[in-house]
Design a protein around this ligand. Sequence first.
Ligand code: ADQ
Length: 468
Amino acid sequence: MSGSGRVIIVSNRLPVTVSTVDGVLRATPSAGGLATGLRRHHEQSGGLWIGWPGYADLLGGVPSVELDRLLAPLGAVPVPLSREEISQYYEGVSNGVLWPLFHYLLDQLPLRVEHWDAYVAANARLADVIAEHYRPGDVVWVHDYQLMLVPAMLRERVPDARIGFFLHIPFPSTEIFSALPQRAELLRGVLGADLVGFHTASYTRHFVHAVERILGTRPDSRDEPTSIQHALGRTRVGVFPMGVDAADFAARAGSDAVEEVLARLRPTADEALIVGVDRLDYTKGIPRRLIAFEQLLERHPELHERVRLVQVAVPSRGGVRAYQLIRRSVEGLVGRINGMFGTARWSPIHYLHRSVTDAELLALYRAATVMLVTPLRDGMNLVAKEFVACREDEDGVLVLSEFVGAAAELADAVQVNPWDVDGSAEAYYRALTMPRTERRTRMRAMRQRVQAYDIHAWSAEFLDTLRA
Ligand code: ADQ
């Protein structure tokens, strides 16, 4: 990492989850794009990471000194939140309102935004803890939709702080964003930052437009990146597409443990393996993907007993009702399709509703004939990039939704409109039957991109711009 001073990373969750097992306090790595992406970087930078360590009542009344002692060597500062606070601020407002709205899924919105005060209070709590640990010269990098008020709150507490904010999910068009009653408050919160980053140019445009329309503040587009002058100062807004640790993925994908799993998974020469790996979330487009796969089987009987879809659906946000419904819908479809097409020795879909081990995940990436990444909307989607990073054999076809951030970078994927089930089924067929030379050309081009713009380039570029 370049420059002096520490980097203070702030996110809803710490990169570790703390729990007690048989009375012993333990910290285990958390799953998710952000934690996976920044953990290594944080370990090497010697900075601080501030966030929620997991449910307080699962910690069995552990005194905070003990928690601090466990986490201090990891550079992690815990901000404990009660189950009620998490249910209101995180599950209620962040995941119940902001998540569907920012992913254009207005039908998932509740009638009212309840517990907005809990969202404000949790953001204020985080801002207090950051202010407590802040030292002159530090830069503070706040992450994601759960903490959009933190930049302005921190600006009030530490006027000179250098503050960056990065949004990991899409920023929707103004027409959609304007549906939120608290739209102005949220924008003012983000504008407390010196630098605001998004994955793509279109999210950036949407944000700048929303500021103009809702707050009446005109951006100065002569600047590069675009800047906005407002009551709290000046905010620059830029595009920073997040990457993965491509070299590390490639190295780990070649380990003995992965080879061992791969030997069991790899399809034979006349078989094909289709793979999907997602958090079980309604934005990921799993039901439509399954229906398109069903359509593929209907149209191409020659594929029966020769193609298999392994769908990993990592359990997520099980406390939110919409997630219980999506689970039921996916399980219903898997049952229907397997029941309709399966034979005594073949099930077309292998559905895993659980987390898989690292070795299993990497072996699936390597074994896939076709990788399906077909969300209805997704900020970036790291799974697509991880798949590409693992394919040192320059084989495998990526089928990629047009509505994910990664589509702006991976033009050589087979791009699909996930809403179009017929078109998707055709695209799957094209991917399955693509000649080896074309597969290689496309994979090579995608690998160049994923290797050049990796996670290190992403964080270095954001932090250098923030410090400049
Ligand atoms: P997510 O919605 O979580 O991230 P994604 O970008 O696909 O989506 O990241 C998922 C991560 O989980 C990947 O790094 C993957 O390797 C990991 N993972 C998958 N299966 C796992 C398993 N069984 N165990 C452990 N880890 C597993 C949000 C946004 C995205 C954005 C990222 C980063 O919704 O759009 O790309 O943040 O900005």
